[in-house]
Write a protein that binds this ligand. Structure first.
Ligand code: NAP
Length: 291
């Protein structure tokens, strides 16, 4: 009997480049999705160091790799190595998906809309809301752009506020939305949360192995808030557990992970992603490997 999923000589190869990649969930999600739709595609991890990025992109071309995800530390550095950058990804200045279209390497950003879809999917509309975003790293940049473009009013709180100020000015000019920047401390956080409807943690505080830490003191979390943590290991961070206890609505990092993956899947295959299959498999894998 023919197996329900097999790799033939016509197989399209997708993957992820990053360093580290050992803990990635993407192969689990994407291979489950290819299998569910009986597509002759496969997804594999490629560990690529910073100094090998240029050679790796040349190798992707030579081997006719169909598409790949780009993760830490390459999301910005890959931009000059590609043939074309989608306008939205160019504005954000970060690429997390590449499509090889007949030898043309095209860069996209699905982190931004992946995050937005994660909110909308849970019935949370950021338009017109005040949103407090903690952190100003790579992920924050995509998230802030998606939110500002949607019409949210942002306050970014970062340990190093100068880092946030740089991209907030740029983003405010591009989207026409005011973006406030503050140093991350309890007093500023309390002030920002008084007016906010949504709180988002984009820092790595609370991620394994710092699982017993939270970037927000529990008594600052009020029941009217939607609290989003983009960390997905552990599955429920201390911040989300304390937010639940405070009566707030919570959204886990797995939702963004699944939606950015679903949008990448659609770019590579032209097919609607089986989002529920991807979520189920990502959850199963993460629960089994939760630290
Ligand atoms: P990044 O570029 O390294 O940025 C890290 C951010 O965390 C910076 O704002 C940094 O502040 C802040 N930070 C780090 N340690 C801190 C501490 N002890 N106290 C206060 N702030 C601290 O990392 P990233 O790529 O944005 O990723 C951040 C997190 O998001 C990671 O946990 C990653 O796994 C997760 N993520 C999830 C998804 C998803 O799909 N769910 C996607 C991307 C990333 P400074 O600027 O002051 O250094």
């Amino acid at each position: 009997m023919k197996p329900d999923w097999e790799i033939t000589g016509k197989c399209q190869i997708c993957g992820v480049i990053g360093d580290p990649v050992e803990h990635t969930v993407s192969p689990i999600m994407h291979n489950a999705a290819f299998k569910a739709l009986h597509l002759d595609y496969v997804y594999v991890p490629f560990k690529v160091s910073k100094q090998d990025l240029r050679n790796a992109v040349a190798g992707m071309r030579a081997l006719n790799i169909h598409g790949f995800n780009v993760t830490i530390p390459h999301k910005v550095d890959i931009i000059p190595l590609l043939d074309e950058i989608d306008e939205f990804a160019g504005k954000i200045g970060s690429v997390n998906v590449v499509l090889n279209e007949n030898g043309q390497m095209i860069g996209y950003n699905t982190d931004a809309h992946g995050f937005l879809y994660a909110l909308l999917d849970q019935g949370v509309e950021p338009e017109g809301q005040r949103v407090a975003v903690i952190g100003a790293g790579g992920a924050s940049r995509s998230i802030c752009f998606a939110l500002a473009e949607r019409g949210a009013v942002l306050t970014i709180l970062n340990r190093t506020p100068e880092k946030a100020a740089r991209f907030a000015t740029e983003m405010s000019e591009m989207t026409g939305q005011p973006i406030q920047v503050m140093a991350l401390n309890d007093e500023n956080l309390a002030g920002a949360l008084d007016n906010a409807g949504i709180l988002i943690n984009t820092t790595s505080v609370g991620m394994y192995p710092q699982s017993d830490e939270s970037p927000v003191k529990h008594d600052l979390i009020k029941p009217h808030l939607t609290v989003v943590d983009i960390i997905y290991n552990p599955f429920k961070t201390r911040l989300l557990l304390e937010a639940e206890r405070a009566g707030a609505r919570t959204i886990s990092g797995i939702d963004m992970l699944v939606w950015q993956g679903a949008l990448a899947f659609e770019i590579w295959t032209g097919r609607k992603a089986p989002v529920n299959v991807m979520r189920k498999e990502a959850q199963r894998f993460l629960k089994g490997h939760e630290k």
